[in-house]
Structures are given as C-alpha cells and as structure tokens.
Design a binder for this molecule. Structure first.
Ligand code: SAM
Length: 174
C-alpha cells in the first residue's frame, strides 16, 4: 500500500504542536511581562477566563496588584475562578469601554487569550478589539496577547527566550 499522511488538513505543524507552542509561549511571555511590570501598582486585566489556567498562573505570580477578569460566561475550574468583585462579567466590547470610563488608563499588565479555533475570525476580532484595549494601559504598561494586535501607539517588544514567534505578542505603552 502507498504510505500517506492521515486525512487531515495542514502540512507542517500538527494541532498538538501549535497548542504546545501556544502554552509554552503564554507562560514565557506572562512571566517576562510580570517581571517587567513588577514595580507598577496598577491592576492586571485578564481578558478571557476560559478554563482559568492563565488566570491561576497570574494569581500565583503577581503580588500586590489586583487582577480583574473580563469574561462573558464563567466556566472555569473551581480553583481558578476569581472572586465576584474582581470579575467583570459581559462581552468585552461593552465592558472594556465601561471600565475605561470608570477607572481610566491604569492597567499595568493586560493579558488577552480570547481566540477560538478559527484563525481568520481571531484576527478579525483582534483588529476590532485593539482600540478598546489600547487606552487602558498606564505608561510603561504591557499587553500580552495570543493574537497579533493592531495598536496605534504601542511598541511591539521582542519575545523572551522560550516563546515561539507568532504564538504570542508583547506590546508596551512608552
Ligand atoms: N487563557 C485561558 C486559560 O488559560 O484557561 C483560556 C481562555 S479561552 C481560549 C477564551 C475565553 O475568552 C473564553 O472563555 C471566552 O468565553 C472568552 N471570550 C471570547 N470572546 C469574548 C468576548 N467578546 N467577551 C468576553 N469574553 C470573551
């Protein structure tokens, strides 16, 4: 018989490869961004709770800063669920502007992992939501994202060792 690849689309990395790269990159970028912003007092915003793994990582590694989680429907592991007063429930297209009106540009670190399986859809959403995220960052604040963002005034930083190009992005307000 003729040996051939199984009937799946995509020729280079498997979905497992991509998932592992995303996870490894998330941790490397978050650890880097936490360290770079450690001297800042402003809150941390987690956009998209999901299972709560990255929230749990943030909560374990950040000291002295409040972490607010923006999520439309909580479905996280019980160990990784924020207290009610740190949860901003709703669609971020509405909750980000409302929070900005109340709090202003105070965030020291924003992490976004909002995407699903469809890369085109993720990119479209990232383009739409970028201008809603950008004004939240305090001077010197960082944004870590699993999707490329489209900011007017933020600088894109080099990834730390261990992160995979294209799987994670870091931006800074100068
Ligand atoms: N980083 C998380 C973890 O480590 O478990 C996974 C996050 S999961 C990939 C994406 C989450 O973003 C989902 O829980 C989804 O409900 C949320 N989300 C996506 N679009 C949203 C929106 N427009 N408003 C609020 N939450 C949204």
């Amino acid at each position: 018989p003729e040996w051939r690849k199984a009937d799946v689309t995509g020729t280079e990395q498997s979905r497992l490869d991509l998932f592992i790269d995303r996870m490894v990159s998330q941790r490397a970028c978050l650890d880097h961004a936490i360290a770079l912003t450690a001297a800042m007092a402003g809150p941390v915003y987690e956009l998209g709770l999901g299972n709560g793994r990255t929230y749990h990582h943030l909560a374990q590694h950040i000291f002295g800063r409040d972490i607010f989680v923006f999520e439309r429907a909580v479905a996280s592991h019980p160990d990784s669920t924020p207290p009610d007063d740190r949860l901003v429930l709703g669609d971020i297209r509405e909750t980000l502007p409302a929070t900005l009106a109340g709090s202003g540009p105070v965030a020291s670190l924003i992490h976004a992992d909002l995407g699903g399986h469809n890369r085109e859809k993720n990119d479209k959403f990232a383009r739409m939501v970028s201008p809603l995220v950008e004004p939240h960052l305090a001077p010197g604040g960082l944004m870590v994202s699993s999707d490329r963002m489209y900011f007017d005034g933020l600088e894109e930083l080099q990834l730390p060792p261990g992160a995979v190009e294209g799987r994670c992005f870091i931006y800074r307000r100068g």
